[in-house]
Design a binder for this molecule. Structure first.
Ligand code: FAD
Length: 459
């Protein structure tokens, strides 16, 4: 096949943007189809590429954490998404967070200016039957294309629910109450923290448990499975009085230095019982994201209940929380380890459509699918097992989740068809057990006659 026929990437999210860039970087022309602004998904708000639909964070930066390792590998591999994330980073105490509007606008302009990339706006309703195609339409793939993909695979989708948290105007936060700090004083003081005493926490918890939910459609209510790493805050509240204090409202390592020294025993009684953290959204610090407060409450209820939080009594919300059903394909059955469909090797897929959750994982999958689409076009063998950090992200996810909540995710999470049980069962932190995990993976890969590449060395 001649590679003069452009590769077609469908969906300009995190995965598609990275994929299109890698195709072009290999010298192969590419058309990137993005349906926004003509059609939009229920979670997207702009017309720009690589829009971050909820939090503005790509996860922890330290390279002994799965996300940090993946960032570092993607940097070395020339990822445009992580490159722009670095350029437009905002303070986030050890996490890689970005000014989302500037980040997405810059990526849109950068891709639009590349001589080998054509950015074509409009919904693609069918998978192109010919040529090399990369599907990166995400968890909210448009209905017509989803139906065509279902016909092509002959399989139903799998799904779970994911929610986004509200964004608050900085000037409306009462900074006599909210204080700046990062947990355990790590990095710069990057978060605004709203402290609650026990009575305030219990009032808030009660109000949250009783608040009115936005309606799910009947069939959705029956099958509502939440993504455990991103539970709606009201679902967390329903699970128990203290659940939020062990989750997003964890008070440890946070202290208002205006009250005195943290380690002074005289100040022990001043430590908060619970804390709501807000992370900076934009470089100017005008917008703040409520960390871990993804929600499916009715919008009026969100305002009423969240204004009970000390410091947010007059909060103005520029975006409310929402919840959506995320769908994904049964990738271990449908794809091989190079992200090509077994049925049609010229069709590849990446991002949340294949079940990898999160911005960083989407960018990594996009890197691999784009690289492989270009390699197929150039007549080169595709790369097989993926970025080491992606494996790490997988292990990290698996080790931090409760097995009983796996149902919708594990067989499809990531692109590794059958992780060995001993890796799957690891409950310890990834960083600490990385070497052992890699040894296990190497054995497993050898057993399956797969080569395990560290892409930074092979790309
Ligand atoms: C409500 C919600 C909250 C989330 N919160 C977080 C979070 O806080 N942190 C995190 O890391 N991840 C979060 N995620 C997951 C995260 O959004 C995804 O993992 C990541 O964005 C997936 O990237 P992607 O490129 O696969 O899909 P997307 O980024 O969704 O991109 C898909 C693109 O395809 C386009 N498209 C769809 N159909 C068509 C078509 N037929 N033709 C042309 N274009 C099409 C869409 O417009 C979109 O631009 C959340 C997801 C949802 C739905």
């Amino acid at each position: 096949m001649s590679y003069r026929q452009p590769v077609q990437v469908i969906g300009g999210g995190l995965a598609g943007t990275e994929a299109a860039w890698q195709v072009a970087r290999a010298g192969v022309p590419v058309v990137l189809h993005e349906m926004r602004p003509t059609y939009t998904s229920p979670a997207h708000h702009s017309e720009h590429l690589a829009e971050l639909v909820c939090s503005n964070s790509f996860g922890a930066m330290a390279s002994d954490r799965a996300s940090g390792l993946l960032h570092e590998e993607l940097r070395q591999l020339g990822s445009v998404v992580i490159g722009k994330a670095d350029e437009h980073a905002v303070p986030a105490g050890g996490a890689l967070a970005v000014d989302r509007a500037v980040f997405s606008r810059d990526l849109t302009e950068t891709l639009a200016q590349h001589p080998l990339i054509e950015l074509r706006r409009g919904e693609l309703r069918q998978i192109p039957r010919e040529g090399i195609v990369v599907l990166t339409t995400g968890p909210l793939t448009s209905a017509a294309l989803a139906e065509d993909l279902r016909r092509f695979t002959g399989q139903d989708y799998m799904s779970f629910f994911d929610a986004a948290s509200p964004i608050v105007v900085g000037d409306s936060i009462n900074q006599d109450i909210a204080f700046m700090a990062s947990r355990y004083d790590r990095g710069e003081a990057a978060y605004l923290n709203c402290p609650l005493n026990r009575a305030q926490y219990l009032d808030f918890w009660q109000a949250l448990c009783e608040a009115e939910q936005a309606e799910l459609k009947d069939f959705e209510r029956e099958t509502a499975k939440f993504f455990e790493a991103c539970l709606p805050i009201e679902e967390m509240a329903r699970r128990g009085e203290d659940t939020m204090r062990y989750g997003p409202m964890k008070p440890v390592g946070l202290f208002d230095s205006r009250l005195g020294a943290f380690d002074d025993p005289a100040n022990r009684g001043k430590k908060p019982y619970a804390v709501v953290q807000l992370r900076q959204e934009d470089k100017a610090g005008q917008l703040w994201n409520m960390v871990g407060f993804q929600t499916n409450l009715r919008w009026g209820e969100q305002k009423r209940v969240f204004r009970l939080i000390p410091g947010l009594e007059s909060a103005e919300f520029v975006r409310m929380g929402v919840m959506h059903r995320n769908t994904f394909i049964n990738s271990p059955e449908l794809l091989n380890a190079s992200l090509q469909f077994v049925q049609r090797p010229t069709l590849l897929a990446a991002g949340q459509l294949v079940g990898t959750e999160g911005y960083t994982a989407a960018a990594a999958g996009g890197w691999l699918a784009g690289t492989n689409a270009a390699r197929v076009a150039l007549g080169l063998p595709p790369l097989t097992l993926p970025v080491t950090g992606m494996i790490g992200a997988l292990i990290d996810f698996i080790s931090s989740a409760e097995p009983k909540h796996f149902q919708p995710m594990p067989p499809n999470f990531g692109i590794i068809p059958a992780l060995p049980r001993r890796v799957r069962n690891k409950r310890e932190r990834y960083g600490q057990y990385r070497d052992r995990a890699f040894a296990d993976l190497q054995t497993w890969a050898a057993e399956h006659r797969l080569q395990l590449h560290r892409l930074s060395a092979t790309a």
